[in-house]
Write a new protein. Sequence first.
Lengths: 213, 213
Amino acid sequence: MHKHPVFVVDDHTLLSQAIAQMVNTFENFNVVTTCKNGNDLMQKITSKEIPNPEVILMDVNMPIMNGIEATEWLSKHHPEIKVLALSVEDDDSSILRMIKAGAVGYLLKDSEKSVLEKALNETIKNGYYHTKEVANLLVRSLTKEESSIQLKEKEITFLKLACTELTYKEIADRMCLSPKTIDGYRDNLFTKLDVKNRVGLVIYAIKNKIYTP
Amino acid sequence: MHKHPVFVVDDHTLLSQAIAQMVNTFENFNVVTTCKNGNDLMQKITSKEIPNPEVILMDVNMPIMNGIEATEWLSKHHPEIKVLALSVEDDDSSILRMIKAGAVGYLLKDSEKSVLEKALNETIKNGYYHTKEVANLLVRSLTKEESSIQLKEKEITFLKLACTELTYKEIADRMCLSPKTIDGYRDNLFTKLDVKNRVGLVIYAIKNKIYTP
DNA sequence: TTAGAAATAGGGGTTTTTCCCCTTTTAAAA
DNA sequence: TTTTAAAAGGGGAAAAACCCCTATTTCTAA
């Protein structure tokens, strides 16, 4: 019987190997290879040395090229490959971003083995796998916030620098802008992000992975 | 041939199941059970319904009762059980704390399958498994800093509040102290932690897991 | 036992940074 | 051509940072 080819993408070698071994015990699936990050995956897909997978089990958080970027690339260049997100994160923004990037399902790492098998089978059969939890989340996100806050490139640069011990004056120097312009960015972000002071900016940046300590 | 009984402790069910399955393919080992956290482990050990393991593969970060607490408990009540820490964290403090708690080895989740097998075998044979990396780290921690900065209870309370949008005046209120005393704490921490301003305090607190955003 | 650290608590005051409300200029977009 | 946006800036108030100072208490070592 034909086994559906699967890739496992996770920066933690031991985990990707273990997951791969587990998937190989499933009747209908066969792990062709594991990848350490998005870049690694891109290379393996483009090199054509190994057959492309039907499904990719993709970790969200990876160094170099994360799951979201990798999924975006796949949606663009290989829309026929289904991406199943596999993550420890159950926070709304991670799930939303993966779904937006084109993932056909979202699976938490504290699921049962049987759930993984079911998710893989449903992805092959229906083209997607969605739990009630993710469905509920999507409804919530659409009704409550519409679209999450969109930051401009310079605002992100500023936000990253605001997470250091530099004074605003020094940040202005770094960004080659007048301190008064920085004043504007700051005040603008205060209202936009609904925070009161610089500590608020720092916490926001870290929560939203704009800055990683 | 006798197989050494192993427990796998990790809050991510899928990962602990996958790791367990992998360990079961090793010649000399047999996973008796998996646990979702330290509490779960404690119950299984004390209930005596299943034979105690020789080795426990222990995740560091878990809700309810983390790997460090669980290892401390084991060192106290079942020193004959060897704990191998298995973590994504490669930061110094996590490793140090696990070793101090009584772990006989530290393994990163991005190791190879063969490394895990080797670590398990060496733990049985020698009673420990230490890589050069961990050894180097321990030497560094002893020579460089002696003991990492020791914060007092009140300093920690202050530091946590400094990570919020509260002003120092409000922090003083919360701690039932004069703003001037808070001034003292702040200035003291500036020199102690070698930071220049409040952002420095926030970043320090987050890096050292005193505050979690 | 007593002098002297060391930790805790606080006072007063100066300088710098931060914050908030404004306006103007310039450039791009509709 | 009007509208929008980014960039730059003025004035002023509040907050934070940094300075030097004193008075307890507690512990410790001469």
